[in-house]
Design a protein around this ligand. Structure first.
Ligand code: SF4
Length: 730
């Protein structure tokens, strides 16, 4: 990284310095820090789990104690630099709210009263319950909700048992609409990590995507490079984000109207002939019909919808065209906003198509991965009943199972009953909309098992809680990622778990043995499993243990460098006009419907990320919670003055359904947000009694998301459809 881009990176991730300082200060308080010259200093390569990006890290251990985490210089993802949250990951090991032993529910569900038991007792109890459910309802009646790589082995055990309903909130409640919008257009999604060539973009358009706060390490580093290289940044957001502060054009769009803006941009590109004609002629399908559908969506039409002046719409469209094909309209990450999200994401895909950026330098590159053969397991049992989440193909373009569909089936018993839930590393109470529906579903279960490192809200409802070792204390599945260059990475234990926690692979294997499924685990130790897979790729576990990451040769990644364009769509072209959508009863080209307004005087509730937290599990990390202890409510300064709510004043939020936030939140009066919405960082306001260090800090957006609008195309949960009023404390 150049000095300039390093400086920019630190500016973009302003919280970084705070975390580094906190890591030192609090680490000392935790007894985890050792002087640099400590005896017995050793380093262990592994990869981070403070979020899903999986940056490769080097852990330093001094006299047996975890000292610090740094980026692995060999890592193409982190490029030798962890983000603030990754650096602060040291606190996960010393988290005061960690689960310490297996727990069996001692009273009624939800009271969080427990009896500590041995692993043998806990897994024996689960196995007995699973056999009973299988005998009464069939193995399909057990579902798994899972997040991240760590769920691999539990998934394997449950599939061997006969389970078929396996879902992740990261689809329906996060990236799913985006993935489907791009799949419908280009025949494939943008992946994770996204195949965005931000570093080489000459014009970067961010629509509701707050890079820098939404801390995905590679993207933020590339964003800093693009800014340093003078790229034009266009930011569309009701809130003046960190990314907006770097923008040439900041468009404070009216919430819910982004699709209108994208349609108007495309209208300008087509009517002014600014699109990439050659690229579209070569790769596009249905251009004439597409162009005809765009005709009504003029900048003048879009102005009253979006609040963005027609001339600004034209100027920004021309700016994008000037830099094409190195203009990247970023697909974003959490796209589950308003219920028309697959079509909005498809419009973003189409805009990129007009700019010729798919497959091109500065746009979307063609990713590659290492070939590491899977372990040769016996085949899983075949179910004749199918999955429950989208009965009758209710959501015809759902490309992954829907968490909300499994929840519905658990409530209704249709198309067949769901009686057991396994929940791995995801706090379903906060991750899914409408907590009352989640709790209603739980009440119908015969078994709820939660496997996690901390006792978040979903653990409070469990029958059995299994304490997992943190990522710093365990081996995991290999990370074989699709990226701009192929690599394989190893997570390995850095330190021992402090109590009776166990790694996910151990839990999954032991449960399989209790269920009589030993044949699905021909390997006895995880080292044996990993070495077998790595040898299939001409590598070895010993090599990975030393290096942490091994890179493969860099293939061409752009069309202009020799990648052969191919599109896995029905027409084998970029589908500007989608016959498959039309045949399924949807708009073949996205069209706009005005979002429903909220009650008079209420603010639309918006939420997002902060650089030092992700998910529920970082809230109790003592290093990260020192850097950011609670969230604040962004409220327009003029509105705050009118309401007599200066910064720091604490309020509770009441939503349109009368739900009031359990805990109060401090106001941040700022001109950096429109007057018709409020914003807070997701994941705070914990109510779990098992999280004493995080409980009651800030307000929970999840508690207020009682409404959601289901995307008819793919079943995603549009969650930005809730409104709140503010009630002063004291
Ligand atoms: S982006 Fe940060 S938190 Fe996420 S894996 Fe990378 S270093 Fe860890």
């Amino acid at each position: 990284m150049t000095d300039l881009s390093r400086r920019r990176f630190l500016q973009v991730t302003a919280a970084g310095a705070g975390v580094a300082a906190a890591a030192g200060g609090l680490g000392a308080a935790l007894g985890a820090v050792r002087p640099a010259r400590a005896r017995g200093l050793r380093t262990v390569p592994t990869f981070c789990d403070s979020c899903f990006w999986k940056c490769n890290a080097i852990a330093s251990v001094a006299d047996g104690a975890l000292w610090k985490l740094e980026g692995n210089p060999e890592d193409p993802l982190s490029r030798g630099r962890l983000c603030p949250r990754g650096t602060g990951g040291v606190g996960a090991h010393a988290d005061p709210d960690r689960l310490r032993a297996p727990l069996l529910r001692a009273n009624v569900r939800g009271e969080a009263r427990w009896t500590a038991v041995t692993w043998d007792e806990a897994l024996g109890h689960i196995a007995d319950k699973l056999q009973t459910i299988k005998a009464r309802y069939g193995p399909e009646a057990v579902a798994l909700f899972s997040h991240g790589l760590g769920g691999t082995f539990l998934k394997h055990t449950l599939k061997a048992y006969g389970a078929v309903n396996v879902a992740a909130p990261s689809f329906a409640q996060c990236r799913g609409p985006r993935d489907v919008g791009f799949e419908l257009t280009f025949g494939e999604g943008v992946g994770s990590p996204e195949r965005t060539d931000i570093a080489n973009a000459r014009c970067l358009v961010l629509i509701g995507s707050h890079l820098g706060e939404n801390m995905h390490n590679t993207q933020v580093q590339e964003f800093a490079e693009a800014v340093g290289a003078g790229a034009s940044i266009i930011v569309v957001d009701p809130r003046f984000s960190i990314a907006a502060s770097k923008a040439k054009h900041y468009l404070p769009v009216r919430p819910g109207t982004d699709l209108a803006l994208v349609l108007a941009w495309m209208n300008v590109l087509v009517t002014e002939g600014l699109y990439d004609r050659e690229y579209i002629a070569q790769h596009g399908f249905g251009f004439d019909a597409f162009a005809a559908e765009l005709a009504p969506w003029t900048p003048e039409w879009a102005f009253p919808e979006t609040g963005i002046e027609p001339e600004v719409i034209r100027e920004t469209a021309r700016e994008m065209a000037r830099h094409r094909p190195a203009t990247l309209v970023h697909p974003g990450r959490r796209a589950s906003w308003y219920g028309d999200d697959a079509q909005r994401s498809r419009a973003i895909a189409l805009l990129n198509a007009l700019l010729g950026s798919w497959g091109r330098k500065g746009g979307f590159y063609q990713p590659a991965s290492m070939t590491v053969p899977a372990y040769p397991y016996p085949p899983y049992p075949v179910s004749t009943r199918g999955k429950v989440d989208s009965p009758g193909k209710k959501y015809p373009f759902a490309s992954e199972p829907l968490t909300t569909g499994i929840r519905d089936a658990t409530i209704t018993g249709k198309p067949y009953p769901i009686k057991g839930w396994f929940v791995y590393a995801t706090n379903l109470i906060q991750a899914m909309p409408n907590q009352a529906e989640t709790i209603a579903a739980i009440q119908n279960l015969d078994l709820l098992v939660v496997v996690d490192v901390i006792g978040s809200e979903i653990a409070g409802w469990a029958d059995v809680v299994l304490p997992e070792a943190t990522y710093l204390e365990r081996y995991d599945e290999l990370n074989v990622e699709l990226f701009r260059e192929p690599f394989v990475a190893l997570r390995q234990p850095v330190v021992e778990p402090p109590d009776d926690q166990q790694p996910n692979w151990w839990i999954a294997r032991k449960l399989a043995v209790k269920l009589g499924l030993e044949r699905y685990y021909p390997w006895k130790t995880i080292e044996e499993y990993l070495d077998h897979r790595l040898r299939g790729a001409g590598l070895s576990l010993d090599e990975l243990k030393q290096k942490g990451v091994v890179r493969g040769p860099r293939p061409p990644i752009y069309f202009e460098d020799g990648v052969t364009p191919s599109f896995a769509t029905p027409s084998r072209k970029i589908e500007l006009y989608s016959v498959q959508l039309k045949d399924a009863g949807f708009d073949p080209v996205p069209s706009y419907t005005r979002p429903e307004p909220g009650p008079p005087g209420a603010f639309r509730l918006l939420f997002g990320r902060a650089p030092v937290h992700s998910f529920s599990r970082t809230q109790t990390n003592p290093v990260l919670s020192q850097a950011m202890a609670e969230n604040e409510l962004w409220l327009n300064a003029a509105v705050a003055t009118r309401m007599g709510l200066p910064s720091g004043k604490r309020v509770r939020l009441r939503n349109q359904d009368g739900v009031v936030s359990e805990f109060s939140i401090a106001v941040r009066a700022t001109e950096a947000i429109r007057p018709d919405c409020v914003y807070l960082v997701h994941g705070f306001g914990h109510s779990s009694k098992m999280l004493p260090s995080a409980r009651g800090r800030g307000a929970s957006d999840a508690q207020l998301v009682t409404r959601y609008k289901t995307d008819p195309v793919m079943g995603g949960s549009g969650m930005n459809v809730n409104f709140v009023t503010l009630e002063q404390e004291g």
